[in-house]
Write a protein that binds this ligand. Structure first.
Ligand SMILES: [Zn+2]
Length: 285
């Protein structure tokens, strides 16, 4: 895998299994919504001066390009190139979308075998198509959970607001080619693991190599404070599931020393989890 200055960071798991962090720009999201049930007095010092005039935090669009001897997996696609100028302004979208970000990092989007999606919210699935509406990753299958496709396209007003349904309808048939029902090894060493919580069909991605394990827990682990299982976002559709699943997965990640990549953290996106009383602590790499 070509490694150059344009790759934001790399993680080497040995045996030819490597991951590169590719940041597909950023957007802004309401601070209170991101901190969910946690009161402001507990998080004001944590976010410091990050909130803008509209009290929004900077959310990086972290994607992972995983290379294995058997092929390449892209995890997440960010917001992409098809968002309207109006929505771009409202969401505070900045930076290169996934396709130019990948090319700058030395990766041909045509070389991706699998696109693994934690879930299908607009800030994760928006980059599946290029600006003209063609498949951004022409050789790849999309791996998302069947349950996620179902909630993404249902008629609940909350889901209609959280997903870009017209865009998802354009990729629905493509998504069908790789749809998953439960845990699946998408390439040797790379597995998707259903988690629920944030959305009904949310999944994590776990990459195993001879020298270690890497996990991407999607929006169950957006930012360092997500290490507390009880600190879930207001965007989580099933918060009790999020808390339970985070506690279980984070315990394994902490006890086995997994490397973890956060989905929306700009400054310290790579690290590991450490046990801390009834919760966990984020330890940046
Ligand atoms: Zn997200």
């Amino acid at each position: 895998m070509p490694m150059n200055d344009a790759v934001d960071a790399t993680i080497d798991l040995g045996g030819g299994v490597r991951a590169a962090l590719v940041v597909a720009g950023s957007f802004r999201s309401d601070a209170g919504s991101l901190l969910g049930p946690a009161p402001w007095v507990l998080w004001r010092d944590i976010v410091g001066d990050e909130p803008d005039a509209d009290r929004r935090l900077l959310q990086a669009l972290n994607c992972l390009l995983v290379e294995t001897p058997a092929g390449r997996v892209l995890v997440e696609t960010g917001i992409g190139e098809r968002i309207s100028d109006k929505m771009r302004a409202i969401r505070g979208v900045q930076g290169d979308p996934i396709l130019p970000a990948m090319r700058k990092a030395g990766f041909d989007p045509g070389s991706v075998d699998v696109v693994a999606m934690s879930h299908l919210h607009f800030d994760h699935a928006g980059g599946l198509l290029d600006a003209e509406g063609r498949r951004g990753f022409p050789r790849a299958t999309i791996v998302a959970q069947r349950a996620e496709w179902e909630v993404a396209l249902d008629d609940n007003p909350r889901n209609i607001a959280a997903y870009d349904q017209p865009e998802l309808r354009l990729v629905r048939a493509w998504g069908d080619e790789g749809v998953a029902d439960g845990e699946r090894e998408v390439l040797p060493g790379v597995s998707v693991v259903p988690t629920g919580g944030h959305t009904g069909g949310h999944q994590g991605v776990v990459v195993r190599g001879p020298r270690g394990t890497l996990a991407f827990f999607g929006d169950l682990a957006m930012r360092p404070w997500s290490a507390n299982p009880r600190w879930v976002t207001a965007f989580d559709d099933f918060p009790l599931d999020s808390v339970r699943t985070k506690a279980r997965l984070f315990a394994t990640a902490a006890d086995e020393g997994w490397t973890v990549v956060l989905s929306h953290e700009a400054k310290v996106p790579i690290g590991r989890l450490e046990r801390d009383r009834d919760r966990f602590r984020w330890v940046p790499r």
